[in-house]
Design a protein around this ligand. Sequence first.
Ligand code: NAD
Ligand code: UDP
Length: 324
Amino acid sequence: MPKIKRILVTGGAGFLGSHLCERLVERGHDVICLDNFFTSQKSNVVHLLDYPNFELIRHDVTLPIYLEVDEIYNLACPAAPGHYQYNPIKTLKTSMAGAINVLGMAKRCRARVFQASTSEIYGDPEVHPQPESYRGSVNPIGPRACYDEGKRAAESLFMDYHRMNRVDIRIVRIFNTYGPRMHPFDGRVISNFIRQALQREDITLFGDGSQTRSFCYRDDMVDGFIRMMENEEGFIGPVNLGNQGEYTIRQLAETVLELTCSKSKIVYRDLPADDPKRRRPDISLAREKLGWQPTVSLADGLAKTIQWFQSIDIGDYRPPTPSY
Ligand code: NAD
Ligand code: UDP
C-alpha cells in the first residue's frame, strides 16, 4: 500500500492540474486544489468535490497561504500565449511570487515541491532537438518574456532554495501538451484548430505554417509528473517531458481537418513576434532517470480530444476575466 500523503496542487483546476488532481485522488492521497480560476473554471474539478480526500481553495498563488502538506505540485500560471500576455506583469508575479510562496511552504513543512517549467525557457532555440543542457535563446524584452523569463526565474528560485535550504525540489520542462479540458478559447493551436474545425470557422494558420511543435497527450504528461515526484533516487531535474514526434503547424491543421471531416478553410495570419521556429524535446534524460516515454500517438490523442470538444457546450466557457 503506498503511503497516503497530503498534496497541494496549485493551478489544480486547470487543464493539466485537474487531471493530476484526479490521478492523485484515485491513488487515495489527500488532495488540496488551489486555483484563482483565471484560465479555468470549477467544472474541471466539480466531479471531485464529493470525494472526502479532495478539497478546493480559491486563492491567488502570489499571496502567502499557510497549509500543512507533504508534497506540492506548482502548476499555477497562465500557459497559453493569449492568456499569459493578457496581463504580463501579473504573469511574472505569478511565476516568481508564486514560486517564492510554494518554496517557503515547502521549506517550512519539509515538503517535496514540483515546478511545472516549460520548453519556453529555450526560447526560439538554435539547438535542435533541445536537451536540458541547452541554455536557450530567449528575448528578454519581447511579448513572450513575461512567461519565459518568469519560468526561468522560477527555476533559479527552485535551485537556490535547494542549494541554500536543502528544499527537496523537482523541475520538469513541459513541451506542448494537449487533451480534453483544454480551454476552448485559450488560443493554443490544438484547441483553436479543433474549435474552428467543429464550428466551421476558418482555421487560422500563423506565418506559413512551417514552424514545428511536438505534441504530448495529457495522460503521458501527468504520468511523467508523478514518476518525477515519486523518484527516490535524488533526481531533481530539470528534465524535459514531451513527445518526440515533430509536426509542422500546417500538417497539424490538415490532420485536424481530416479527423473532424470539416470543410473549414485554412487562412493565413501574421506570425506572432518571437514565435519559436522549431521545437522538439530530447527526452534521453527522462528515459534514463524515470523510465518514461510517451505512449499516445498524435492521431489517437487528437481523436480523444476532438471527441471531448464535441461533448461540451462551448457557450459554457469564457475568455479570461477582464478584471484580472
Ligand atoms: P491552464 O491555464 O489550464 O492551467 C493553469 C491554472 O493556473 C489555471 O487553472 C489558472 O486558473 C491557474 N492560475 C493562473 N494564475 C494563478 C494564480 N495567480 N493563482 C492561482 N492559480 C492561478 O494551463 P495548463 O496547460 O494546465 O498548464 C499548467 C502548468 O503547466 C502551467 O504552469 C504551465 O506554464 C505549464 N506548462 C504547460 C504546457 C502545456 O502545453 N499545457 C507547456 C509548458 C508548461
Ligand atoms: N498557431 C497557429 N494558429 C493558431 C494558434 C497557434 O498557427 O490559431 C501557431 C503558433 O504561431 C505557434 C504554434 O501554432 O507557432 C503553437 O502555438 P501555441 O500557442 O499552441 O503554443 P506555443 O507557441 O506556446 O508553442
